[in-house]
Design a protein around this ligand. Structure first.
Ligand code: JF5
Length: 237
């Protein structure tokens, strides 16, 4: 097999949480060798009998913080300092918002290393330690708090995997997506399939008309109306 387009490492204290990576489109891309994915248990890089990954926060406050040392050993083990370096991706409510543009940027990297935080997050020095030799991107899925980074990693991997050549079929190409390069950035118009009447509900007649100009205009109106109602912020830009 030829080299994968994208290598993924995920470090987590809940490796089973990443099981969905082997399903669906991402799973297929792994089977087909387009993506190489490895999931690692952070506790493999602890050295005490309790395999401790957390401790109380300096300065006080609730909750626990992930200790720096296991993370540094994980980074050094997976990406030895003298070798090629991955882009380190850390899901965090304090990160850069995930957008289609950021997903496309990440999809162009050869190697991504995901660090899944839990509790109140990872000792901040880990980011400084990593940033001295690799690119580090903290990414937010939105303004809410998850219990850990694992689900965010699944979201990020799914968003970028479908942008890799060969992952989507031609019929489901990413090029037409609302947020793809050159797209209008509006929400998609509603979609319908057979039957034309279903439980008393009809497909809009224009879609059955065969008039491609009228269909295009109708879809644009639908997109604009939906966007104005649900995501007016997308119209401002
Ligand atoms: C995480 C400590 C990281 O909660 C998130 C998140 C919210 N939006 N985007 C990501 O990340 C996981 C939880 C707790 C650090």
């Amino acid at each position: 097999m030829t080299a994968p387009l994208l290598a993924l490492d995920v470090v987590t204290i809940f490796p089973e949480y990443l099981a969905p990576l082997s399903q669906s489109l991402v799973g297929k891309a792994i089977e087909r060798g387009i993506i190489a994915a490895r999931v690692h248990d952070l506790r493999a890089w602890t050295d005490d009998i309790h395999r401790t990954v957390d401790d109380s926060p300096y300065g006080g406050g609730p909750g626990m913080v992930m200790r720096a040392e296991p993370w540094a050993r994980a980074l050094d083990g997976l990406a030895p300092p003298e070798g090629p370096q991955p882009c380190l991706v850390i899901p965090s409510p304090a990160g850069r918002p995930l957008t289609q543009a950021l997903a496309a940027e990440l999809a162009a990297r050869p190697w991504l290393l995901f660090a899944c935080g839990r509790y109140e997050g990872i000792d901040a020095r880990v980011i400084d330690y990593a940033a001295a030799r690799m690119e580090v991107v903290e990414i937010s899925l939105g303004d809410y708090v998850l219990c850990g980074g694992e689900v965010a990693v699944l979201v990020i991997v799914e968003a970028l995997a479908r942008l890799l050549p060969g992952v989507l079929g031609n019929s489901e190409s990413a090029a037409n997506d609302s947020f793809a390069d050159g797209a209008d950035g509006l929400l998609e118009a509603p979609a319908y399939t057979r039957p034309a009447t279903w439980r008393g509900l009809d497909v809009p007649a224009v879609l059955l008309s065969g008039d491609h100009g009228a269909i295009e205009r109708w879809r644009k109106e639908q997109s604009t109306a939906r966007t104005r109602a649900i995501r007016p912020d997308l119209l401002d830009s």
